[in-house]
Design a protein around this ligand. Structure first.
Ligand SMILES: [Zn+2]
Ligand SMILES: [Zn+2]
Length: 93
């Protein structure tokens, strides 16, 4: 069974995250469980992902994801409801 790159849980299925959105051809990818993947996109704008959070290490170290991963490991959900951050909502307009 695959392991999530962020929370490091073993899950039934991972989804592929492109570290540089909108540049899918050249972008490296990481495999994330669905909750982590949704949370990444709910927390960061494409701009932030592209210009800063373009490595797994940086995503892992961010305060937002650390909090989320701590919670996720405890609850061990396979599906979560995520709430877009204000930054992401503003970005989407
Ligand atoms: Zn995960
Ligand atoms: Zn993604």
């Amino acid at each position: 069974m695959p392991e999530c790159g962020l929370c490091e849980r073993t899950v039934a299925k991972t989804t592929r995250h492109h570290l540089i959105p909108k540049n899918r051809k050249e972008s490296d990818t990481v495999d994330l469980c669905e909750p982590c993947h949704r949370q990444v996109h709910a927390t960061f704008t494409h701009h932030e992902l592209r210009y800063y959070y373009d490595t797994l290490e940086r995503l892992k170290k961010s305060e937002e994801m650390r909090k989320f991963v701590r919670w996720l490991r405890k609850t061990n959900h396979s599906k979560v409801k995520v709430r877009d951050s204000k930054r992401v909502r503003d970005w989407r307009g």
